[in-house]
Write a protein that binds this ligand. Structure first.
Ligand code: FES
Length: 141
């Protein structure tokens, strides 16, 4: 079996799908190679991510990764969300096939982009090294 049960579960019943009106931060990233796009919306109160939703126009692994990633950052402080790596997301899904790992990178990058958007909108100082320029360096396709 190529995909774990968790991947199939999150793919079939993705959590937190949709949009948040008046979101505090929105991040959109695309994968230049496959053309898939992921958009994440965050509601933030006192540094806590109180709500998160996503829309993905992408493959099943991208949907499963976004679903899992949103579950992992909901209710967490921004600092913890910033530490979420695509590896942690893939592990939480009980693994992704090697050629699908880049799909989970999309989730990590979209969350970071949404947090950066929140910081920018509110004029909050941040460490720019936390937000490397979007690149597809991770994609090995
Ligand atoms: Fe593009 Fe999965 S193939 S994100």
């Amino acid at each position: 079996m190529l995909y774990s049960e968790k991947v199939m579960d999150h793919f079939r019943n993705p959590r937190n799908v949709g949009e948040i009106e008046n979101a505090d931060g929105v991040g959109e990233v695309g994968n230049a190679k496959c053309g898939d796009i992921m958009k994440i919306y965050l509601k933030i109160e006192n540094d806590i991510i109180t709500d998160v939703k996503f829309n993905t126009f992408g493959c099943g692994s991208a949907i499963a990764s976004s679903s899992m990633a949103t579950e992992m950052i909901k209710g967490k402080p921004i600092s913890e969300a910033l530490e979420l790596t695509n590896k942690a997301v893939a592990e939480a899904l009980d693994g992704l096939p090697a050629h699908k790992l880049h799909c989970s990178v999309l989730a990590e990058e979209a969350i970071k982009a949404a947090i950066k958007d929140y910081y920018d909108r509110n004029g909050i100082e941040y460490d720019h090294s936390l937000f490397p320029e979007e690149s597809c360096a991770h994609c090995h396709e």
